[in-house]
Design a binder for this molecule. Structure first.
Ligand code: GUN
Ligand code: FE
Length: 424
């Protein structure tokens, strides 16, 4: 049996309101799942291999629930535009390159390596429309031993000629990937990925909803990121009440597990439907700043019991670092608080940490926490270079790492109780 004990200063957020901390304690796992945390190691675990990280922090691996792998070369480019022109001038031309497998391999290797380096142990990823390079991306994640959902993008209208798919072929390619990958790996799974309503005909969305239901495959898309986008959707589907109703009409809104990225301009009714169908919202604050999209009222989602996680939204967002994005989310929520006359309370540090670990992790199941039964996905953090630790609580050391630490402080990474070395 695969057994392991990690010893150190253990911190996680079983709920959003509290950091749970264990100074100099033992985190025990069997078969990749947490058994418990002990201040003194029980007799029965003394024969287990112990990794001694005394004085170091042990925290859950980070979870990024929204990013576009083929946009990686575009980080930092084109942010003088808003969403729609940015897609046309930067995003679509870059994504059109991924029928070239050599090019795809070069970029995707770097994406996987950099996710690992930044401690992102679970990710929910868009590839491009291209089937073969999507499979390549899935293989790279499998090889790296990182957890992921990966989706071939579907689009058959309102994009460049090269990226505009034939509806039937788009569905056939998607089904082929589902059949080949749904049981191929325990860590890496397919996800159905209509890009967003403006680029998907009703026939395509209907077909994708059918595939989701037939095979029980989750769904990801974008929702209400930008005002012009929302108006465009209303013009395209005047018969339906709102943006969310279009996805819901085609069984793409919580009929199987679903994530919607951004959710800045949702109506009350759309939020009610998300709560009812337990649709996840991916909060991507950096992307929302860079593309002048707006500030998601994340407090409203939390108060309604809508599940929320964090997304880098590469390359709308420029940074892969989930700690950076936690900071961005806190800062955005503070501006929102001021702009709502102190109506929507800002995120606390434990809430931001929760969103970037267990909040997003719950899309995968028991991921993002160290409670009993959770996957032992963990990061070992050496924060000794960030200043004295004396006199600081474990909670404060984690706060400091989030704000001023970086990938250099992450010294080891575990997924399902196994050490994950640098990929490729
Ligand atoms: N909406 C549709 N496609 C995209 C994309 O690639 N990035 C972002 N930020 N929003 C989108
Ligand atoms: Fe996106």
């Amino acid at each position: 049996m695969n057994k392991i004990v990690l010893k150190g200063d253990i911190v996680f957020t079983p709920d959003k309101d509290n950091f749970k901390t264990y100074k100099n304690s033992y985190l025990v796992a069997e078969e990749g799942k947490v058994i418990g945390i002990y201040r003194k190691l029980k007799e029965e675990f003394k024969s287990y291999p112990i990794k001694d990280f005394t004085e170091k922090l042990i925290i859950p691996g980070f979870v990024d629930i929204h990013l576009h792998a083929p946009q990686y070369p575009n980080r930092g480019l084109g942010y003088d535009e808003e969403l729609i022109p940015w897609l046309d001038t930067y995003t679509f031309p870059e994504e059109a390159k991924y029928d070239d497998l050599d090019y795809a391999k070069k970029v995707y290797k770097r994406v996987v390596k950099d996710l690992w380096r930044h401690g992102t142990t679970s990710a929910i990823v868009y590839s491009s429309i291209y089937k073969e390079s999507t499979k390549l991306l899935m293989e790279l994640f499998i090889e790296a031993n990182l957890r992921a959902y990966i989706g071939k993008v579907n689009m058959d209208r309102n994009t460049s000629d090269k990226l505009k798919e034939d509806t039937e072929k788009s569905l056939l390619d998607t089904e082929e990937i589902i059949l080949e990958y749904k049981d191929r790996s325990t860590l890496v799974k397919p996800i159905i990925t209509p890009r967003f309503v403006p680029t998907c005909t009703s026939d395509l969305m209907e077909g994708l909803g059918n595939l989701a239901m037939k095979y029980g495959i989750p769904v990801q898309s974008h929702l209400s990121e930008n005002r012009q986008e929302v108006e465009w959707v209303n013009r395209l589907h005047p018969d339906l009440k709102d943006y969310a109703s279009v996805y819901n009409e085609y069984n793409l809104f919580g009929q199987t597990k679903t994530i919607m990225a951004h959710c800045i301009y949702n109506t009350q009714e759309e939020m009610d439907l998300m709560a009812k169908n337990q649709v996840f919202a991916a909060h991507c604050p950096y992307s929302n700043y860079n593309l002048s999209s707006g500030i998601m009222p994340v407090r409203k989602f939390l108060d309604r019991g809508i599940p929320v996680g964090l997304g880098s939204d590469i390359s709308g967002g420029h940074s892969l670092s989930i700690p950076n994005i936690m900071v961005g989310a806190i800062q955005a929520s503070k501006m929102k608080w001021l702009h709502t006359n102190k109506g929507l309370k800002p995120l606390t540090s434990s809430e931001a940490f929760f969103l970037g670990t267990k909040g997003g992790g719950s899309f995968f199941g028991k991921v993002g926490s160290f409670e009993e039964g959770y996957a032992l996905d963990a990061l070992i953090i050496d924060d000794s270079t960030l200043g004295d630790t004396e006199g600081l609580s474990l909670e404060e050391r984690v706060q400091r790492f989030i704000y001023i630490g970086d990938d250099r402080n992450i010294v080891e990474i575990y997924v399902e109780g196994k050490k994950v070395d640098e990929p490729m």
